[in-house]
Design a protein around this ligand. Structure first.
Ligand SMILES: [Zn+2]
Length: 266
């Protein structure tokens, strides 16, 4: 039976001799890179260990683990592997969820699924209402970053919720749970403005005075609700969590189910 944390390097090792993983401090060149060497019919997976400095020997930082899992995505996803085999092109990858390119999004999704399997994290996420305290606990258990854990938790949630990443005072990304979409609350595009109250939280974060805070707004402040008045007027609870290493303020939004779904018993 699979248990957390998942070791992506063990997964890589199971693909020997077709795949070899090589870790080193590649500084700012890339977080991970997968190459295909046709003369040897071999894939080389390079991962940057620069984040591992404060981690006990033999262990890896969540970002390193995510990089390895991301590159495994390029290796295991058939279309990515075929492209690599055809072109031999090496392919530098960086960060978590920072790219708009489809193949990067796919590899990130693969990584999140590998490190946080639905069968393990899903039931825990749906036990009750979640907060960043829960997300931090799960991140510790799965040895994943708070950002990737929050995103995956929203994805696996059966309840209306969303994760907004705020960078430079604007929406950098939004992930909405299926129930949130079904309730009529859709993501705003990248680069959207923030609600006024959220802007003051951003100021506090930039000034180094915000780690953990709460707030409340309406769904229309954070989401596109189009002509759905019920969704627009729904209250959203905001949970803020600063991630200084990513220069990102995370905002977890939850909406009480009864506010956007009509009670079928009525
Ligand atoms: Zn990549």
């Amino acid at each position: 039976m699979t248990t957390a944390p998942i070791d992506p390097l063990a997964v890589a090792a199971s693909e020997k001799p077709l795949l070899s993983a090589v870790g080193a401090d590649f500084r700012d060149r890339f977080d991970g890179q997968l190459e295909y060497h046709w003369s040897k019919n071999r894939f080389l997976l390079f991962y940057n260990t620069k984040y591992d400095v404060y981690v006990p020997a033999g262990e890896h930082h969540p970002r390193t683990r995510f990089s390895v899992a991301h590159e495994l995505g390029h290796y295991f996803i058939e279309a990515h592997r075929a492209f690599l085999r055809r072109t031999g092109k090496s392919h530098p990858s960086r960060g978590e969820f920072l790219s708009d390119r489809t193949i990067e999004t796919e590899a990130d999704a693969f990584a999140a699924g590998l490190l946080m399997p639905a069968s393990l994290l899903g039931p825990i996420v749906n036990e009750g209402e979640m907060s960043f305290a829960d997300i931090e606990r799960w991140a510790g258990e799965f040895k994943t970053s708070v950002t990737s854990t929050a995103r995956r938790a929203v994805e696996l949630s059966d309840f209306p919720c969303a994760l907004i990443g705020v960078r430079e005072g604007r929406v950098a990304y939004s992930f909405h749970s299926q129930a949130m979409i079904e309730g009529g609350c859709y993501p705003r595009p990248r680069g959207s403005d923030l609600p006024p109250d959220a802007q003051s939280k951003v100021q506090a974060f930039v000034g180094g005075n915000l780690w953990d805070d709460k707030g409340q707004a309406f769904a229309r402040d954070w989401c596109q609700t189009y002509d759905n008045d019920r969704a627009a007027e729904a209250p959203v609870y905001e949970y803020y969590c600063g991630v200084p290493s990513m220069q990102t303020l995370l905002v977890l939004l939850t909406v009480p189910e009864e506010e956007i779904f009509l009670d079928e018993d009525d």
